[in-house]
Design a protein around this ligand. Structure first.
Ligand code: URA
Length: 335
């Protein structure tokens, strides 16, 4: 075996280890590539190192690109061969903000089957192009009058806030009265709790991006203090703005806050209690559904807070953000 081949193999293995540390334990490989690799696989150069008995030691699988989760789950892992994706370099601004956690962004490999109704993401934009695209999108969204009843009742269009180069996005339902007044998502009581949650993750609001399914406050004629769920027509009309925001940002992970956010992003109305804590895929971007902070304001049981915190820790793990022992113990019953 040539030295160049060994070097390539080592690089491929290192790349797979990095993916696995990130919670990704399979990548799609075309059937032709797999067949070619099995035919050409050379005899092992060195005896396999003994594997420590830790969960991280599970084999990394390359799965045929057409395989769905169910098929994948029932298939034995295929031995490591070669990665199919090249890491994208991080913009300097992201490296400086995310410090140790920053690493080359690997184009997201969906372990979960992407339904055909989810169009592929466009090629990622360079940072300057992102700024221009988001500014242009914002200008158009702020002038939107497609839902004439909402355009007539709103104080502001609540477009989104945070870093458009962020690796993590939070998606909520729709602006409430405070957000409508201030033109910024999650600034009311639920927003204060979301901000605390973000800080508990070791981040700040300015390091993530926060947006809603609906950009206008759902109107509640004669009842200024009451919020209502967006209708499906309102969601269908407004969702292209969010799709485009995600096209531009292309975060490494997203957190959907509550059932409406999940419904807006993935369609369907599977209960949030069932979905939360389980990774979903929005056009290849890992999406973690969790409870809306407003739910936690209603139900302050530590067990419910813990569920949300576990979902947020899963997002931290996905992004390779550090989690210390104190953070791991949040909302656990005291021994
Ligand atoms: N609830 C949401 O879902 N979004 C907001 O912006 C505020 C409250």
């Amino acid at each position: 075996m040539s030295a160049a081949y060994v070097q390539l193999l080592d690089a491929a293995i290192a790349h797979c280890e990095a993916l696995r540390a990130d919670g990704i334990d399979s990548v799609p490989v075309s059937a032709e590539t797999l067949a070619g690799l099995s035919a050409k696989r050379p005899a092992p150069m060195r005896p396999a190192a003994p594997k420590p008995a830790t969960p991280a030691a599970r084999p990394f699988a390359f799965v045929p690109a057409s395989m769905t989760t169910a098929q994948e789950a029932s298939s034995p892992a295929t031995p490591v061969v070669a990665p199919t994706s090249t890491p994208r370099p991080l913009p300097a601004s992201v490296v400086s903000r995310w410090g140790q956690a920053a690493r080359p962004i690997v184009p997201t490999v969906a372990k979960v089957h992407i339904p055909p109704s989810q169009p592929a993401l466009p090629p990622p934009l360079q940072p300057a192009a992102k700024d221009a695209a988001m500014a242009e999108l914002r200008t158009r969204a702020l002038a939107c009058v497609q839902c004439s009843h909402l355009a007539g009742s709103r104080q502001t269009v609540v477009f989104g806030v945070g870093d458009i180069h962020a690796r993590l996005m939070f998606i909520g339902e729709a602006p409430g009265a405070d957000e409508d007044q201030q033109g910024e998502p999650f600034v009311g009581k639920a927003g204060e709790l979301l901000t605390k949650m973000i800080i508990a993750m070791g981040l700040s609001r300015s390091e993530v991006y926060i947006a809603n399914i609906l950009k206008c406050r759902p109107d509640t004629p004669g009842q200024t203090a009451v919020n209502r769920k967006p209708t499906s027509d309102e969601m269908a009309t407004c969702i292209p703005w969010l799709h485009r925001q995600i096209d531009i940002i292309q975060p490494d992970a997203m957190v959907a806050l509550g059932a409406t956010a999940v419904e807006g992003l993935l369609g369907g109305t599977a209960g949030i209690a069932k979905l939360r804590g389980t990774w979903q895929s929005y056009r290849g971007i890992p999406l973690m559904p969790t409870y809306h902070p407003a739910y936690l304001l209603q139900n302050q049981a530590p067990s419910e807070k813990r569920k949300v915190w576990e979902d947020l820790m899963a997002a931290m793990e996905k992004l390779a953000l550090p989690i210390n022992a104190k953070q791991r113990a949040y909302f656990l019953p005291k021994a």
